[in-house]
Design a protein around this ligand. Structure first.
Ligand code: HEC
Length: 142
């Protein structure tokens, strides 16, 4: 993190030599880029990885507690499903959850293409950690 901040400061010093409005615009752009580049580096660290991935990529549809009530869910033509429903989740094995996340629901279970494949974006280890994170919803742990 220290290194990244140093890089940001260096960039801002370079920018301060440019004239007026352009300088302000460039500073804003660099600040935005700097924030964007710092965020994923933070997200990859530590044991909270699965929670951060879930927040970043899944909660928009599945909701913060897995109930299928994310902001994008209401507009979907299919039900997102309740990952916190213990009765329903007890019938689903981990390998199925893994495959749906990795390959997408259309390929894995002939389900909806709205549940896209995440195998390009996340490693098998990350997907396994997502599966165990999702299991926590039923226990009311999240
Ligand atoms: C654009 C909305 C959207 C996003 C983003 C999304 N999902 Fe889904 N997900 C769905 C929908 C819709 C279904 C139901 C698919 C069906 O019924 O065929 C689903 C189903 C699932 C299931 C149920 C599998 C089963 O068949 O029992 C799991 C587990 C799941 N998603 C995990 C995730 C994870 C983990 C992420 C983030 C990496 C994620 N989803 C991101 C929409 C989404």
């Amino acid at each position: 993190m220290g290194k990244v901040i140093a890089k940001g400061v260096l960039m801002n010093q370079t920018i301060s030599r440019a004239p007026g409005k352009a300088r302000a615009a460039a500073a804003l752009l660099f600040t935005a880029l700097f924030l964007l580049s710092a965020a994923p580096a933070e997200a990859q660290k530590g044991p909270a990885g699965a929670a951060q991935i879930y927040e970043a990529s899944c909660a928009i549809c599945h909701g913060p507690t897995g109930k299928g009530d994310g902001p994008a869910a209401a507009k979907m033509p299919v039900k997102v499903g309740d990952l916190a429903d213990c009765t329903a989740m007890a019938k689903v094995v981990d390998t199925r959850l893994f495959r749906v996340i990795k390959e997408g629901a259309a390929a894995a279970t002939k389900g909806s293409p709205l549940m896209v494949a995440w195998g390009q974006k996340y490693s098998d280890a990350e997907i396994r950690s997502l599966v165990s994170y999702i299991r926590g919803f039923c226990r009311g742990k999240r």
